[in-house]
Design a protein around this ligand. Structure first.
Ligand code: FES
Length: 58
């Protein structure tokens, strides 16, 4: 059985590392998190801007 790993960059938010459609963890890409490398929600209201992206790991 194959497992699908996807890294999804939320618009203006973190990188979600997902396996088979479930979020395993969220990585900060705004640089403001106090729990790096994980997102702690600090990007909200900070003005951080980033496009939505999706990468499939094969
Ligand atoms: S992306 Fe959420 S705190 Fe940085």
């Amino acid at each position: 059985m194959s497992e699908e790993i996807v890294i999804k960059g939320k618009e203006n938010g973190p990188l979600l590392v997902m396996k088979d459609g479930k979020v395993l963890f969220a990585l900060c890409r705004c640089g403001l998190s106090k729990k790096k490398p994980y997102c702690d929600g600090s990007h909200k209201g900070s003005g951080f801007e980033a496009p939505e992206v999706e990468l499939k790991v094969e």
